[in-house]
Design a protein around this ligand. Sequence first.
Ligand code: FUB
Length: 309
Amino acid sequence: LWLHRLCALLLGTGSALVQAENPIFTDVFTADPAALVHKGRVYLYAGRDEAPDNTTFFVMNEWLVYSSDDMANWEAHGPGLRAKDFTWAKGDAWASQVIERNGKFYWYVTVRHDDTKPGFAIGVAVGDSPIGPFKDALGKALITNDMTTDTPIDWDDIDPSVFIDDDGQAYLFWGNTRPRYAKLKKNMVELDGPIRAIEGLPEFTEAIWVHKYQDNYYLSYAMGFPEKIGYAMGKSIKGPWVYKGILNEVAGNTPTNHQAIIEFNNKHYFIYHTGAGRPDGGQYRRSVSIDELFYNPDGTIKRIVMTTE
Ligand code: FUB
């Protein structure tokens, strides 16, 4: 574990600057990281774990926003969005991802729907900057459990990942147990065609992250339970996907695992959460960590060396 830590709090500005080794934030518990590179800065979005201990279940009400221009010094911007900002949702600020299109920032989130629809749902908020303010773009869910009736669980519509291909076509990926994707219209808040199942992902559990590097498309995801992160590669965002292996093992003393993969200043990063690194961390009190990611010459990805272990 990394024992030396420099933490500077800049009080009075409404934001805090944190310089840290893993886990990168120690004043709050953070989970389900997503990251966006925009104009020379990395924006990191994470759900806040507020469970009082590690025995009951997730308590997650809001998503926090951080930014950095060097991946070491992080400015905290506070909660960028709360589950209750979606009036049709009951709560549960689970995994999310933000993407930019034409100067607007779209934040796709997992929340639990109110009693008018079963289970979890995916909503989308929009803002004019990567730190918001964000507001519900639709006033209703984008994906609801009754749109995907092939899996008899109420949490199958979770963990959105969004991607805009080189031709401008946007896609939404998501799912627990059943991985799915659909095209998005240019307005980013409506589906443009049918919801499709994704094949070829062994032991798929959840936590899809889609990215492209050079000529290859990558779909990484949480496998099994406790979860490892595995990945598949394809020559098209629509697949077919070919499973390539494991990126990390179970990260610390929590069975969930959730990753974001980005390139920033010619380096590649694997951002994930772990229950390790803090004595009171665990299954429902997770912490975001970052380690470098390296590609092989053939485009496959080397196993991540987790400095949280
Ligand atoms: O954090 C709540 C849920 O646990 C996420 O949506 C999943 O990816 C898993 O991390």
